[in-house]
Design a protein around this ligand. Sequence first.
Ligand SMILES: Nc1ncnc2c1ncn2[C@@H]1O[C@H](COP(=O)(O)OP(=O)(O)O)[C@@H](O)[C@H]1O
Ligand SMILES: [Mg+2]
Length: 271
Amino acid sequence: MSSSCPLGSTRNPFTAVDTPAVGVSIEKLSKNFGSQQVLREVTFAVEPGEIFVLMGPSGSGKSVLLKHIVGLEQPTAGRVTVHGLDAAATATREQVRIALVFQSGALFNSLSVYDNLALYPREHQIADEAAIRDKVMHALQILSLEGTARKAPSELSGGMRKRVAIARALVMEPQLMLYDEPTSELDPVMSATISEIIATLKEEYHVTTIVVSHDRELALGIADRVGILMDGALVSLGPAAALHAPQDPRVAEFLSPKIDLQNPRFKNLEK
Ligand SMILES: Nc1ncnc2c1ncn2[C@@H]1O[C@H](COP(=O)(O)OP(=O)(O)O)[C@@H](O)[C@H]1O
Ligand SMILES: [Mg+2]
């Protein structure tokens, strides 16, 4: 990374030798809500230390799939394991630290940025206040948010709130980081910054990373591998470079939608 990287040469208190990166395995995962089938026998594995980007159109089941990995949803059929443990079991989240950065950020507006970050270690009594303060301030420093500690999330810009949500996840010292649409609603420059932060955190902390996004630039920029979900089914799985020449016409259309100028709706465009 460049010397402007927010991590710089700072010693990393988040890395612990006894917390190796973990793998994730999704095996024939199906999910129904009532009569609606939202996931259809989805199978893939994410290797320890990998950045996996899951793409797909809105409504294709990406967020539902992420929720299975943190145990917020239970499979209708099939299995999700993290580090070989059943993701649906409460005990798994006591053994493996998994952080989900929600699309909305899910920050508490009634709490300062500092208290949002301190919430998890306080609730889990992971450390005393002085140690929590070190962790929180370090996470804020990594994301260039030192000046925001006493502010309410509602006082910050969209890009800053996304960074606060990432900093809060980092305080959990996760072995697995999940991001739901981390660049949505951000301008291209801020999107690129967030992508770089995700890649840097993975490099520095060897945290296995799964990103749900329909940001093609993000996928091409940071993914080791990319999966594409359409209507609940995984239609493509492979290295990010393969996105340059997709084989499946549905995937090609999704990645570079074309306007059919023969369509009568667009006839005025040619004038
Ligand atoms: N808790 C739920 N109850 C019923 N339907 C849901 C629930 N969560 C998601 N869905 C439906 O599942 C489908 C996939 O949703 P989602 O995973 O959020 O899509 P996206 O790929 O945009 O993240 C959508 O049709 C959505 O309405
Ligand atoms: Mg979603």
